[in-house]
Write a new protein. Structure first.
Length: 130
């Protein structure tokens, strides 16, 4: 899996397809359909259209194996989610993370585990940046 420097524009439906491939790849279109149908009721043609779009956007690669294509992601989940998070924070919170976390805290949307993880991240950042 390689890393693309420019974040591709991926629709929510395309993300669903990519998400099941991140869980286990390579996979045939039929395997992707089966996995997606545990979450959504999508027609096989819809999934194949989405796979084709992701190949065209250079987010997925494929290999022909006999009469089937095996699809694999070209972008790592961690890389994509990091870029999406950065884009979101930049766009909605003008690049500041604190107002986003404060918003979650004010809405009581943070669990004790979330708070503990945030504290650990801050402690690590302080150790690494002293």
């Amino acid at each position: 899996m390689t890393s693309n420097s420019k974040k591709p524009d991926i629709s929510p439906a395309e993300f669903d397809v990519l998400d099941v491939l991140w869980d286990d790849y390579p996979a045939t279109s039929n395997q992707v359909v089966e996995r997606l149908n545990t979450r959504k009721d999508w027609h096989e043609k819809t999934v194949k259209t989405l796979l084709g779009r992701l190949v065209k956007k250079q987010v997925l690669s494929y290999q022909k194996q006999q009469r089937q294509y095996l699809y694999s992601p070209l972008i790592a989940r961690e890389e994509y989610t990091k870029k999406e998070a950065e884009n979101f924070v930049s766009r909605v919170f003008k690049g500041k993370v604190a107002p986003m976390v404060a918003g979650f805290a004010k809405q009581n949307a943070l669990s004790k585990q979330d708070v503990d993880e945030l504290k650990a991240l801050i402690e690590k950042w302080e150790q690494d940046n002293d």
